[in-house]
Design a binder for this molecule. Structure first.
Ligand SMILES: [Zn+2]
Length: 350
């Protein structure tokens, strides 16, 4: 198995572009599916170029996460406050939105993690059936022709296998593909006739649909405060006004998984910006997650915060691999940055 050639990678990108240009979009499912494939390639794939099998329930879990946020009523402030769940379909409301809204409403849950395990499993199963009947076999139809460059278009079943080289490309171009899918998704929702009046020209639609780095992270402060003994994770100084920092920055991978958070002072948080932290910080982050594994997991569960140590490690491995490949820099301290090199590989060995 070897990674795809440069030409094969370009062909892949051209196909993604064609899919978005020539595909027929009657709902936002295809954008969600493309994003789910890219995210799952990061979380479950590797850089060997190998094929990657994915169950439709794994894809459905991603759908539930994306649409959970989007199924909240959109509130428009103005002379008259109005709110409504945004439409995601040219015809009747998208079924996934209804399934997710029902689960949220009936059980009054703030996140999918607050659902009882059996109820959550049932929701994911229902959404998986919708994924199988709606976007899965239609995603690769472009200009009336099936171009099965991502996976074989079987037309049935509960799983797909990403072809050789596909997971590699989805990982390599993750930010680009996610950006394209989100941009197209926002335009689609904004242009739906049923939404136009409510939305007007509001600029915050993207933040509403996909969240922002400043989502509610305050629940993490007390959990981490004690573990870090009240000190900044990076400079070890006393934390007077702790800020929750995404260890792997949100701009690189916008998912809020518990183990990815550390508490930092405002200075360090501001200086690190969207950079990855240097290897000594990485070592400390791994040690913290290992040493406090039980406490952290217990606390995340108690506060219904999404977490997966394996997932967080996989995302970190991918993010550091990307920066190494790009010969990029990492943040050391204050205004100091250095080239990443390959040393992180020993620390983050699979
Ligand atoms: Zn600091």
């Amino acid at each position: 198995m070897s990674p795809p050639s440069a030409e094969a990678q370009l062909r892949f990108l051209a196909n993604i572009q064609r899919l978005l240009d020539e595909g027929i979009f009657t709902a936002t499912y295809k954008f969600a599916l493309l994003m789910a494939l890219a995210d799952l390639a990061v979380e479950k794939g590797d850089d060997s170029g190998a094929p990657l099998p994915l169950a439709t329930e794994e894809i459905a879990e991603k759908f539930v996460a994306y649409y959970w946020r989007q199924g909240q009523p959109y509130v428009r402030l103005g002379s008259e406050v109005r709110s409504r769940v945004l439409r995601q379909n040219t015809g009747r409301q998208a079924k996934v939105i209804s399934l997710v809204s029902d689960a949220r409403g009936i059980y009054d849950a703030g996140s999918p993690r607050e659902l009882a395990p059996d109820r959550r499993a049932a929701l994911i199963r229902d959404v998986a059936r919708t994924v199988e009947t709606m976007p899965l076999w239609k995603l690769q139809v472009m200009g009336g022709e099936v171009v099965p460059f991502l996976y074989e278009n079987l037309g049935r079943g509960h799983a797909i296998v990403l072809r050789e080289g596909v997971a590699f490309c989805l990982r390599r171009f993750h930010a680009l593909i996610r950006g394209l899918a989100q941009g197209a998704w926002v335009r689609f929702v904004r242009n739906l006739r049923g939404n136009r009046e409510l939305l007007g020209e509001t600029a915050d639609l993207s933040a509403f649909l996909f969240g922002t780095e400043r989502a509610v992270l305050s629940a993490h402060v007390p959990i981490l405060q004690e573990i870090q003994s009240g000190l900044c994770f990076y400079c070890r100084k006393d934390l007077r006004a702790p800020e929750v920092d995404h260890f792997v920055p949100w701009s690189r991978y916008p998912v809020d998984l518990g183990h990815n958070f550390v508490l930092a002072c405002r200075t360090c948080n501001g200086q690190k910006r969207d950079f990855l932290a240097a290897v000594p910080h990485l070592e400390r982050w791994l040690r913290r997650n290992e040493d406090h594994r039980h406490t952290l997991e217990e606390q995340f569960e108690q506060h219904a915060l999404a977490h997966s140590l394996g997932g967080s490690l996989q995302i970190a491995r991918w993010a550091y691999g990307q920066v190494e490949q790009q010969r990029g820099s990492v943040w050391v301290a204050a205004e100091r940055f250095e080239a990443l090199g390959a040393a992180w590989r020993k620390v983050l060995a699979a």
